[in-house]
Every structure is written in C-alpha cells, then in structure tokens.
Design a protein around this ligand. Structure first.
Ligand code: NI
Length: 152
C-alpha cells in the first residue's frame, strides 16, 4: 500500500527505466521488502542522499549540524575552553544540552547552523581539545536540494 506522500511525489514525475543486474535487483527488493518501501521511492531517496552529500562537500553550502561528544569534566581547564570556543562561535551554536553521565563524564550535544565548512571547523576545534572523546558531527543541508521542484 502506498501512502499519500508517495502519490504526491509521483504526481508530475518523469518515468524512466533502470537497468540492473538480476542479483543486485534481488538484493534491492529483499531490502525493500523489509522496509515496506517501493523501488521508485527508494531510488528517489538514494538520489536525494547523493545530492545532499554533494552539496555538503562544496563546503560553503548552508547546513545544520548535530555535534555530540563525551568529556571528563575533571580534565584541567577543559570545561572553560569548551565554553570559550562555543562563545567564539555563538552565531553558529543554536543550542546546547549537557548531561552529567556519572561522577566524571559529561555528554554535550550541540545543534549548529552555518556553512558546512565553518561547522566542520568548529567541530574539529572542540574535538581536538584534550579530554574530549567519542565526538561525532552529523551534517545535513539546511535547504532541500530539490527545493525548486516541490514545496514543503
Ligand atoms: Ni556534567
């Protein structure tokens, strides 16, 4: 059964045929069977993902980011330096959450907004501080790569 979103996306869409090796198609269908998706939607999602990745690689494109990292608040001077770097980038740090994990460790999660290259620089700067570990930055384009083709 297809949902409303699929029907809306397909309205006015161009149909084209795709050639694929039988064993690859079989594995693709098995994957779709588990997720309840269909071939057209899955291919659209893959194309959008590739376009989004390409946009982020260009660096200057607007992006939103989530940066999470764990650190030991007992590390001398670390809490002050983390705060200082975030204040230097106050236009890019939209929000921050801090959770005390145990007697020593804290996790901090930052929501970031800015150009992809600036957000990557900020993440690199924070994650390079001594005592920060398990850092992870996830970037997403702030604008939909197909925005001129449809409306939200
Ligand atoms: Ni804490």
């Amino acid at each position: 059964m297809r949902n409303t979103e699929d029907r809306e996306n397909e309205a006015g869409a161009t149909r084209f045929s795709v050639s694929m090796e039988p064993d690859l198609l079989e594995r693709f269908d098995a994957l779709l069977g588990r997720s309840g998706s269909n071939r057209s939607k899955a291919i659209r999602d893959l194309v959008r993902l590739q376009l989004a990745r390409h946009e982020l690689e260009s660096g200057r494109s607007p992006a939103v980011g989530v940066l999470a990292f764990v650190y030991d608040h007992g590390q001398p001077d670390l809490a002050r330096r983390l705060m200082e770097v975030q204040h230097e980038h106050h236009t890019e740090v939209v929000s921050s959450s801090h959770v005390h994990l145990d007697r020593h460790d804290c996790i901090e999660v930052l929501i970031l907004r800015g150009t992809a290259d600036r957000l990557q620089q900020l993440a690199d700067q924070l994650l390079a501080l001594k005592g920060v570990r398990q850092g992870q930055l996830t970037l997403t384009p702030a604008t939909c790569p197909l925005a001129h083709r449809h409306h939200h």
